[in-house]
Design a protein around this ligand. Sequence first.
Ligand code: NAD
Length: 494
Amino acid sequence: MIHIAHWIGGAERAGTSGRVGPVFNPATGEQTAEVDLASAAEVAEAVAVATEAAKGWRAASLSQRSAVLFKFRELLAGRTGELAAIITAEHGKVLADAAGEVARGLENVEFATGIPHLMKGSFSEQAATGVDVYSIRQPLGVVAGITPFNFPAMVPLWMCATAIAAGNAFVLKPSEKDPSAALWLARLWAEAGLPEGVFTVLNGDKEAVDALLTHPGVAAISFVGSTPIAKYIYETGTARGKRVQALGGAKNHMIVLPDAELDAAADAAISAGYGAAGERCMAISVVVAVGDIADPLVEAIAARLPKIRIGNGADAGTDMGPLISAQHRDKVAGYIEAGAAQGAKVIADGRDIAEKPGFFLGATLLDNVTPEMTVYTDEIFGPVLSVVRVDTYAEAVQLVNDNEYGNGVAIFTRDGGAARQFQFDVEAGMVGVNVPIPVPVAYYSFGGWKASLFGDSHMYGPDGIHFFTRGKVVTSRWPDPGTSAIDLGFPQTR
Ligand code: NAD
């Protein structure tokens, strides 16, 4: 059995709490490792190490920091396959998807290599006679990232590339369900020349999270996970005076207008609904069929389902792997049962899948879903695609806007005017036009609206730089000693 420790002060460190959690290979159902779960005392020790490291790192020149990012980028790009295999072994997603996750994380590293440009302030010469005013941005100190199981490499990279480039020390508390990717990233940072203590991995569960949330030495918390925990993180962290961005769950709709290209819409629904077994915060979980496209669309989606090859994500040719745990698989199966009981038409039932030892569930398609059903109201986070039928565009938009979540949304149409109106009307943070998973590229920022995000800054890109730095404005005069005089009036510029 592999033992997964912490990474503190530039080296692996065995836990001292005496508490461990199990890590499984979801494709076999076997426990492959145990991971240390940090206590509050271990969190305090790691934050102390990070605090010292942050002092030196913020003093490193922009080009020194950028050089580490460039080196890290080269190493990561060269070893994508290695990291993808680690992700697949603990998460279950297929290797190509895991490599895709790493590639999207790599984009954030590439963005962060431009830190000298991204940290530039502004300068106003002669704001008053002989007075210049300029702004600078400085790192916060020690910042923490708390991440979910479904992107064990990409989400940490969303956060740490920007945070570290900006001159902070970053403490990562990865998901205890698939923690090995975080340790792998820690080794890579060390190899790239990042000073000891600037990147820390603290494995753990609620105890470690609570210790980070309440530790006065942690200036900011960046969180990604489910909505109830995101809300808790935001409320607890901000009550302690911390800067917090907390991204939550989702229920992403894909609206298909009657003029949409049918095959493209069906392909997109399959890819975005069942990719990563539906365990993506940007997965499409609801197809909203407008008007008379509903019958042919459901038929076209159903016809594609048998083509999805389900199996161990490490095997070539597999399209969809297992779910993260037996409990989660059973919970998702329960939603299928509830959907059928509440009147949804089960077109394909993933519970029919041949018994396998791992945590598998097949692709499920439910038609005639209505907004009161639990398959519609809840984030299922599994390979269950619901079809809601509406008569008009206005009804479709209303459905999305009435939903509790507002992460991603997509519209499929050939009508540019309708798409433009949709982008204006819809209440969601990320919109796709004939693009089912509109995860923004790294030089924009990622974030939802409503219950999908607590806080006011989105993740990575320009918002990420803003989140991990604070502004300072300097007003400066270099007076000629001969002109100095006492003036008790309030300083004016005219
Ligand atoms: P989760 O909320 O269970 O866990 C996320 C993190 O919080 C983990 O590190 C976990 O250890 C910690 N945590 C769990 N329970 C806690 C508690 N009671 N107190 C303190 N910390 C706690 O989420 P998950 O199951 O790992 O991930 C799936 C969820 O994440 C889905 O809801 C998905 O939509 C969401 N997600 C959102 C985004 C986004 O960008 N909005 C991206 C990926 C995943």
